[in-house]
Design a protein around this ligand. Structure first.
Ligand code: HEC
Ligand code: HEC
Ligand code: HEC
Length: 393
């Protein structure tokens, strides 16, 4: 099994969600708070909750408690997580984003005085902002660090000392409170909390639309970890898409009349997921959310993945169906190209991947703009992709 670490198998981008990282390096050394900062947003609405937040803050230890050279701030693959994060991770720039003119424009529309101070923005962009309520705390939990170690791995108070013990198993660490990011479903939930739903008024004010796709986005982060031997990219993709679908359905359930764009996005994702199947235990998916293998191509099996890819490649005719609205076609295409990208990467066939590169780039280009989307051109290019896929040199 070849190492999946730092895999650079995804160069393709879809709209802003997939642009090239520009690695704004944060000056800050410290860290932050847990992913479910969303809970804290609610907490911070009420002033009486300040004490609660201070208690929450004490659960965090900050990146500086991870970064000594013999822990995660050293050289070499096993110890360089902090260095990779501070140098390359897109999340170190998320605070700086709030200081840009683009954020000021969004804030203006929303009557937010300062995005850097507003929990409506910092909940995702600078999760420590609302909990580091005094200067002493800010020294350890610097909001300017962006999305930091504990935002994903969980507040470290209860496991910081014990997690280095050689007699501790992974499960022991998880039991002590470290988030089980090895479990794909837990991982998907961690990322999707900030990567799919944004309030409608924030979107209308000019915030980029979010499209969650766990596998490709983990590569783009980029990864500071090595995947286990049972790991598979396509499986990761599917678990992520199921989490995204659940989030979208939740958001829609809160609205009396979901917008057409929301309904289309949701329907499109369902359409892409429908032909896929997996065993309930895959990636730790709860059985009620997993989709049954009998119903679709088994994502856990390499042959099943190939058949799923063949199936998607043959959907050109669907995109020629004029009874389906162009807007829905565009949304399907958007999710489909991400699926193709991850399934191709997961084939682990370098020569086929290379041959599919140009046709796939074309499809990404076609799906790039919603207003300009042309289903016929997309269908033709999908046929072209299928042709290359089916040729066995
Ligand atoms: C639900 C989490 C979430 C909330 C809340 C949120 N953002 Fe974002 N924001 C993101 C994510 C994720 C991205 C990255 C999108 C991408 O590149 O695909 C982003 C991207 C951006 C960008 C574009 C950055 C770029 O380089 O293109 C700006 C600007 C921005 N956010 C400002 C804000 C402002 C201002 C607020 C508050 C009004 C806010 N965000 C609230 C998650 C959030
Ligand atoms: C606490 C919220 C939060 C969590 C949790 C989170 N992100 Fe992000 N992420 C953001 C924000 C905010 C940005 C926008 C950064 C910026 O300002 O440019 C972002 C940007 C990104 C980007 C670059 C833009 C894009 O969409 O391609 C990638 C890739 C990414 N995150 C992957 C992940 C992955 C993978 C996980 C889970 C392992 C994750 N994120 C967890 C908030 C979060
Ligand atoms: C955006 C989310 C996110 C952030 C931020 C983050 N991590 Fe991770 N980290 C992950 C995920 C996902 C994994 C994979 C988990 C697994 O396979 O067990 C991981 C794995 C690891 C591992 C295991 C490495 C391996 O090869 O098994 C270490 C150690 C680690 N992270 C340390 C850190 C440190 C230190 C920081 C802060 C400098 C940090 N992480 C920030 C998401 C994140």
């Amino acid at each position: 099994m070849r190492s999946k670490r730092f895999s650079s198998n995804s160069g393709r981008k879809l709209r802003v969600a997939w642009r090239t990282p520009h690695y704004v390096k944060s000056l800050a050394v410290s860290v932050f708070y847990a992913v479910f900062g969303l809970a804290l947003t609610f907490a911070c609405c009420a002033q009486s909750k300040t004490a609660e937040m201070e208690t929450a803050a004490t659960q965090f230890r900050g990146e500086s408690s991870c970064s000594s050279s013999y822990c995660h701030g050293g050289a070499g693959e096993k110890h360089d997580q902090c260095i990779r994060w501070s140098k390359f991770d897109v999340h170190t720039r998320s605070y700086a984003t709030l200081t840009l003119a683009r954020s000021a424009r969004i804030a203006d529309v929303l009557h937010i005085a300062d995005p850097v101070q507003s929990a409506r923005c910092t909940v995702c962009h600078a999760p420590f902002q609302t909990i580091a309520t005094n200067d002493a705390l800010r020294k350890i939990l610097d909001p300017a660090a962006g999305v930091s170690c504990e935002n994903c791995h969980g507040a470290a108070q209860n496991w910081l000392l014990s997690h280095t013990r050689s007699d501790f198993t992974h499960q022991d660490r998880v039991n002590a409170g470290m988030r089980d990011l090895n479990n794909l479903y837990v991982r998907a939930n961690t990322c999707v909390a900030c990567h799919q739903n944004v309030d409608a008024d924030i979107l209308q004010a000019g915030h980029p639309e979010l499209i969650f796709e766990l596998d490709g986005q983990a590569v783009a982060e980029p990864k500071h970890w090595r995947e286990g031997t049972n790991w598979s990219g396509p499986m990761t993709w599917l678990v992520g898409q199921l989490a995204a679908l659940r989030e979208m359905q939740w958001q829609m359930s809160l609205e009396k009349v979901p917008t057409e764009s929301e309904s289309n996005k949701c329907a499109a994702l369902k359409w892409v997921i429908a032909p896929a199947g997996m065993h309930a235990s895959t990636g730790g998916m709860p059985p009620e959310l997993a989709i049954k293998v009998e119903k679709g191509f088994d994502i856990t099996d390499p042959a099943g993945r190939h058949r799923l890819l063949d199936h998607y490649a043959a959907t050109g005719t669907t995109f020629r169906d004029a009874t389906i609205s162009r807007a829905l076609h565009a949304r399907r295409a958007e999710r489909l190209v991400l699926a193709l990208d991850r399934l191709v990467a997961g084939l682990n066939d370098d020569s086929l991947t290379k041959r599919l590169d140009a046709p796939l780039n074309k499809l990404f280009k076609d799906a790039q703009s919603l207003p300009d989307f042309d289903p016929k051109i997309f269908a033709d290019d999908l046929d072209g992709f299928q042709k290359v896929l089916s040729v066995n040199p």
